[in-house]
Design a protein around this ligand. Structure first.
Ligand code: NDP
Length: 317
């Protein structure tokens, strides 16, 4: 096999959401000459949202893409080397840690900041792919606007599903909330808001088995009380189908080396971005099942860069 190209760096950051870019701002200002690979979705999850109203410093709000562009430019200004590319393999058996990029290049790094984020989960139906961008979405705030005065469905029974259903109810004519269990997992306040919104209809004990439509989604095939004696097929007419069944942390390539919880979130030493491997840090949604906010991700990216700087000075590199 052909020898892969190799490059040695002091600080490698993987991921380009608020955690990755904030780590890059701090690491470049600390003279760590960080290299950052942007990953599958440059700018991360915020690039698929519209208005961000809760990020401090933007009293009038800011769009997700503009916010991420600001962070990127701020990191570049201090010399962060921002590159396109996806981390496809990791070898954290010993320092320097080895990360393969796009299956063709190996970066050897003294410190590693994992800021690979999380991705929305899908049910795994072939129809979700068939109708991608034609009525299937995992982000109500991004795409809800297209469904004004139309009928939509949201899948899930957690806080995200309730929040998205309530948001869509303000735009759409009718919202169905498709819940597989006979109850909602969401917090009480969110449940109450859902139940008191007249144009949300909760379909408990319903599972989606397919979508149909000529040019885009026109409806969904559901099964009520699947596997029970009174199981029945139910079709609903909808124009939009929104997934809100949770997120999957992008931690797969690191799992052989780091501790992860049952969902795959990287476990760090509480209150810090330190993993069990010295010099390897995890920041943002990949290590955060609880808060998952742009500002908390940015905060943890800052902590990771400060930790990386201290670690490098301790080992004298
Ligand atoms: P959750 O994991 O809390 O909920 C996921 C929901 O999707 C559950 O109802 C689950 O069903 C359902 N689900 C999962 N897989 C499937 C499937 N294959 N088919 C059908 N249904 C499925 O995720 P959320 O994204 O809602 O929330 C994540 C975290 O973020 C939570 O801690 C939440 O509280 C928090 N959050 C808080 C908000 C707020 O306070 N405003 C807003 C948004 C999130 P089941 O119950 O049967 O497992």
């Amino acid at each position: 096999m052909e020898e892969m190209t190799r490059e040695k760096v002091r600080c490698l950051i993987i991921g380009s959401g608020p955690a990755g870019y904030t780590a890059a701002i701090y690491a470049s200002r600390a003279n760590l000459s960080p290299v950052l690979y942007e990953g599958i979705q440059p700018g991360g999850q915020l690039t698929i949202t519209t208005e961000v109203e809760n990020f401090p410093g933007y009293p009038e709000g800011v769009t997700g893409p503009a916010l991420m562009d600001d962070m990127r430019r701020q990191a570049s200004r201090f010399g962060a080397d921002i590159r396109a590319g996806i981390a496809t393999e990791a070898d954290l058996s010993a320092a320097p840690y080895k990360i393969t990029i796009d299956g063709e290049k190996v970066i050897e790094t003294e410190t590693l900041i994992i800021a690979t984020g999380a991705s929305a989960k899908y049910l795994g139906l072939a129809d979700e792919r068939k109708y991608a961008g034609m009525g299937v979405s995992a982000c109500a705030t991004c795409d809800g606007f297209f469904y004004r005065k139309k009928n939509v469905a949201v899948v899930g029974g957690g806080d995200t599903a309730c929040e998205e259903a309530i948001y869509l109810a303000g735009l759409a004519k009718q919202v169905y909330l498709i819940v597989r269990k006979p109850y909602l997992r969401a917090s009480k306040v969110m449940q109450e808001r859902v139940f008191s919104t007249p144009n949300i209809k909760v379909l408990f004990e319903h599972n989606t088995v397919g979508l149909f439509g000529e040019n885009g989604v026109e409806g969904a095939h559901l099964v009520r009380r699947k596997g029970e004696p009174d199981e029945e097929m139910v079709d609903i007419a909808i124009d939009g189908f929104f997934l809100a069944i949770g997120h999957k942390p992008n931690s797969d390539i690191f799992k052989p080396w780091l501790d992860t919880d049952e969902v795959g979130y990287i476990q760090t030493i509480p209150g810090t971005p330190r993993t069990r491997i010295p010099g390897v840090f995890a920041a943002g949604d990949v290590a955060d099942p609880h808060y998952r906010q742009a500002i908390t991700a940015a905060g943890s990216g800052c902590k990771a860069a400060i930790e990386a700087e201290r670690y490098l000075s301790e080992i004298g590199k």
